[in-house]
Write a new protein. Structure first.
Lengths: 234, 414
């Protein structure tokens, strides 16, 4: 299983948000680090197949992901910002997404129960999502992304709005479920990924500045800062 | 099927849909009750004092007094009505259908024949000329039903637009199909039928309110990003969403209009639905229908309009990224034909192309049926109601297809 970005670029009028990115992703947790505006979200949208690249393509197992239902059947996505339908409960919403993901009917209930338990949302399953705290809403977002037990999971700033305890629980949950999956986790907070990422992609000004494996660094934060310092001293 | 059920649940759980459904049930019922409020009657009581009746009480009195005149408007009965009128005029020296005729005798002798007298007046009166029923000889009514067709032709010939020979030929062709003799069954009023069209207009507006935010709300909330990258989140989702919206609109519409008609028929009397359209409106009206059939046609054409407006609103919603934009544009599109009709002063092809062309104040399906309205397609005259129904069907399917394309092409930006 492999996910590949080939000469991936995106231009919005005058601004080139993503510049000719090439990467070959295999199972494991991939951290995507970059400052706000580095192009992480745009790149993730193209990898999710919901934004058309200006140039290049994303392939899954050698096939272009555009109009690729096989890819979408094994794909999970948590966007950076999301407002949930104000009239649905957690349970309604997850059942709706399960139908959209074509999760078998007999599996749906069990999987929803499991995710609600792991993400400590059991007590609020019948509450309307709009009435939940920011952290709980984020966990509902994570639950929907995980519903189809995806092989490719893209999480854009998943820990935004989570308190420190929730961040730790989320990291543990991700580490436990990452086997045989390609998980791409975007953040601008180094500590979110340094313990769990097998590989880290660092983006700067729309370019994929560097890809490093976890055994190639001792202190990710130091590495991240040094990349930005390098640029500043040039 | 599972996604369809989930989509239905999603719609029905939304506050907006619940409010719309409640309004779609309540407002048409209110319209039906209001329609009965337009009946007035007055009579002299045992002390000789004038008593004024209003609403259903007036309606009961009108129905009771007129019941003797219910039945087919045969030539013989028309002659009898004219004879009665002329003898009453001769006896009293007062016009029996004028305001000065003694009330008691009016209710007893004139009211049962009033509809027949109206049919005679409509057939033999000239445009913009005062008409006196005393000038008609009873024997001239032998050719009454032939004369109604002549009246149709003369009305069309005196109109700037309708005088086209193709339109006249088409009108005559339609009029030949009208069942004669006309049937009279007193009770239903034109106001009540206007209120059916008001109810349809309200239901069409509500269907636009229901459908307009569907896709744009998903875009503006960012939820579209999640839905779009699921395995059923594209073609299947948009088709299912359209079907679910159409289901909710259809069920809501038929409950709303059904309750309206039930209440209305209960108030005005089911037996009065046997009346010919020509008896209630004009002798040269073209639909070969009784009032029950007219109600059914109005209800179904209103439903087609709802379908077309729903898919049009979904189409706008699939393009607009803001809910408010989608809502405002959809409502403008619903109301625009009424404004255009007032400006243009009549039916035209541009107007007919709007999905909501058959709903409005004077541009509605009822008026298109009972008035003489035609459009020219090359050298062929087309009856306007058939144009309205045909364009609604085509637009319903076309907008559903375009919605699908627009949703598929949408690029996530938020």
């Amino acid at each position: 299983m492999e996910l590949e970005m080939i000469n991936l670029s995106k231009r919005f009028k005058k601004k080139e948000a993503v510049k000719c990115v090439n990467a070959h992703l295999t199972p494991g947790v991939w951290g995507l680090l970059g400052a706000n505006g580095a192009g992480k979200t745009t790149m993730m949208r193209m990898m999710a197949g919901i934004m058309e690249p200006s140039h290049g393509q994303v392939t899954f197992c050698g096939k272009d992901i555009r109009n690729n239902s096989q890819y979408r059947s094994v794909f999970g996505f948590l966007p950076q910002e999301i407002q949930f339908s104000k009239d649905l409960t957690v349970s309604d919403y997850l059942n709706y997404i399960a139908a959209l993901k074509d999760v078998p009917h007999d599996v749906t209930k069990k999987r929803i129960n499991n995710l609600l338990s792991v993400l400590t949302l059991e007590d609020v399953r019948n509450k309307k999502i709009v009435k939940l705290s920011g952290g709980m809403k984020r966990r509902v977002g994570i639950a929907q992304a995980m519903l189809n037990d995806p092989s490719v999971l893209i999480l854009d700033e998943p820990t935004a709005g989570l308190d420190p305890g929730e961040r730790i629980r989320f990291r543990n949950f991700l580490a436990a479920t990452s086997a045989d999956k390609i998980i791409i986790l975007s953040t601008h907070i180094v500590s979110d990924i340094e313990d769990i990422a097998d590989h880290v992609m660092i983006m700067k000004d729309g370019e994929l500045n560097r890809i490093v494996d976890s055994d190639e660094y001792d202190d990710l934060e130091q590495l991240y800062i040094s990349i930005f310092m390098e640029e500043a001293t040039k | 099927m599972r996604l369809y059920v989930q989509e239905l649940k999603r719609i029905l759980k939304s506050t907006r849909a619940r409010v719309v459904i409640i309004l779609a049930i309540f407002l048409p019922m209110l319209m039906a009750v209001l329609a009965s409020e337009f009946n007035d009657a007055d009579y002299l009581d045992s002390n000789g004092d004038k008593v004024y009746l209003h609403g259903t009480a007036a309606l009961s009195m009108i129905k009771e007094s007129s019941s003797a005149g219910n039945g087919e408007a045969t030539v013989e009965q028309l002659k009898n009505a004219l004879r009665t009128y002329q003898s009453l005029y001769e006896e009293t020296g007062i016009d029996p259908i004028g305001g000065d005729f003694p009330l008691e005798r009016y209710w007893q002798d004139v009211k049962p024949i009033a509809s027949r007298l109206r049919l005679i007046t409509q057939t033999y009166s000239k445009v913009n000329e005062p008409f006196d029923l005393r000038t008609i000889s009873v024997d001239s009514l032998d050719s009454f039903y032939d004369d109604t067709e002549k009246k149709l032709t003369s009305v069309m010939e005196s109109d700037q637009i309708l005088r086209d020979p193709a339109m006249i030929a088409k009108a005559q062709q339609l009029f030949h199909k009208v069942n004669i003799p006309f049937y009279i069954s007193h009770g239903y009023t034109r106001d009540a039928f206007d209120y059916i069209e008001f109810a349809v207009l309200i239901l069409v507006i509500l269907s636009a309110v229901l459908a307009a935010p569907v896709f744009s709300e998903r875009y503006s909330s960012g939820e579209d990003s999640i839905l779009r990258c699921t395995v059923c989140g594209r073609s299947k989702l948009v088709i299912t969403t359209i079907l679910a919206e159409l289901t909710v609109v259809t069920v809501t519409y038929f409950i709303g209009i059904g309750l309206h008609l039930l209440i209305s028929d209960k108030i005005f009397g089911i037996e009065t639905l046997k009346e010919s359209v020509q008896s209630l409106y004009t002798v040269y009206s073209l639909p070969n229908m009784n009032l029950l059939e007219l109600q059914i046609v109005l209800a179904f054409s209103g439903w087609l309009c709802c379908m077309a407006v729903t898919t049009m609103s979904l189409c706008i919603s699939a393009k607009a990224t803001e809910t408010s934009t989608s809502m405002v544009l959809s409502l403008i599109m619903v109301i625009l034909p009424t404004l255009l009709y007032s400006i243009s002063g009549g039916a035209n092809w541009l107007l007919a192309l709007f999905p909501s062309a058959s709903v409005g104040l004077s541009n509605n399906m009822l008026m298109s049926l009972v008035d003489l309205r035609f459009l020219m397609l090359g050298s062929t005259a087309v009856w306007y109601p058939t144009v309205l129904v045909s364009t609604a069907i085509v637009e319903f399917l076309l907008f559903a297809f375009i919605s699908h394309i627009m949703y598929a092409k949408h690029q996530v930006t938020k």
